[in-house]
Design a protein around this ligand. Structure first.
Ligand code: ADP
Length: 303
């Protein structure tokens, strides 16, 4: 199957700084792709380039067979976009928002009306068709933004941090919707800061830093290839003293705030040592995508 989005050697600079730097990306149809990276890594700029909202300094973008940005208007009719910040019209009801948005795509009123019951059911907003936007909770607004992105029944959907700012219940509802879309064979390109979200939903993840893809693979591959399999998180009284000799039990340790992270192939040795330290508390768990992300991009704050 042809790829719905192909980026080749894509570069973009702002004020002399390359924020996207020779990026290559090819999405597989019917899969969920994650674009992860610290703040400023170039994720949103990549999405904007892919959608033809801005032009690249170098490289090419092929979106659904259309070169970007030359044929952006044609290509964008066939994709769905969930932007980082909701842009629903507060003066309109739920139904009116869907109608207005559908008209941007050249859809007829009747056509959109016919799709509204499905969109409301999909987003868990059945019964809310006539509710004003301001009466919706944050989670409902986010779900409506997702429903709105589906008004034209796109096969490719861009999602820029779809669950940022939502409570766990609302996030689970969005995940359910996204899994349903993946099950229907849609292609998703998702940026997120939630590693558990990426781990649950994505078939393939590209980790970006300074505008480049630094690693790519399935969540499982990334965990197997880039991190020790076990992590022991340690905190409490006496940590400083224990840390001084931690290298005897654990090859690689990192400190974040008041917690020491021991990454190891042999957690039993670490745990055995900790048993004789009554002041210390610990959590032994399998390594996850967040551990990989922090190892590859560092623990320093990026603002
Ligand atoms: P991310 O989405 O990974 O946080 P962005 O793509 O938003 O990263 O931004 C990458 C870098 O490009 C940041 O340093 C940001 O300040 C800069 N940048 C993005 N858009 C513009 C713009 N329109 N003008 C100037 N700088 C920009």
């Amino acid at each position: 199957m042809t790829s719905p989005l192909i980026l080749r050697g894509l570069s973009k600079s702002y004020g002399g700084t390359r924020v996207v730097d020779g990026l290559d990306l090819e999405l597989q149809a019917g899969r969920c792709h994650g674009l992860l990276g610290p703040n400023g890594a170039g994720k949103t700029t990549t999405l904007r380039l892919a959608l033809g909202l801005i032009g690249a300094d170098a490289g090419t973008v092929d979106l659904l067979g259309y070169p970007m940005p030359a044929q952006a208007a044609l290509a964008r009719r066939k994709v769905g976009v969930v932007p980082q910040i909701d842009s629903l019209d507060p003066d309109f009801t739920v139904r009116e928002n869907l109608l207005t948005y559908g008209r941007y795509f050249g859809m007829k009123g009747r056509e959109i009306e016919a799709r509204i019951p499905y969109l409301l059911e999909f987003s868990g907003l059945a019964g809310k068709a006539d509710a004003p936007i301001n009466n919706l909770s944050g989670g409902m607004k986010r779900r409506l933004t997702l429903a709105r992105a589906l008004v034209n029944d796109p096969d490719l959907i861009f999602l820029d941090e779809p669950t940022t700012g939502l409570d766990p219940q609302a996030r689970h509802l969005i995940w359910q919707g996204l899994r349903r879309l993946i099950g229907q064979g849609k292609t998703l390109l998702l940026t997120t800061h939630f590693m558990d979200e990426a781990e649950r939903l994505c078939d393939v993840i590209s980790v970006l830093d300074q505008g480049r893809v630094i690693v790519r693979g399935s969540p499982r591959e990334l965990i197997q290839q880039h991190i020790e399999p076990h992590v022991v998180e340690i905190y409490g009284d006496g940590l400083t003293e224990w840390k001084a000799c931690a290298s005897n039990f654990c090859k690689r340790c990192e400190t974040a705030g008041e917690t020491l992270f021991c990454y190891t192939e042999a957690p039993d040795k670490v745990v055995e040592e900790l048993e004789s330290q009554p002041g210390l508390r610990y959590l032994h768990r399998p390594a996850n995508l967040e551990d990989v992300f922090l190892k590859l991009t560092g623990r320093d704050l990026r603002d």
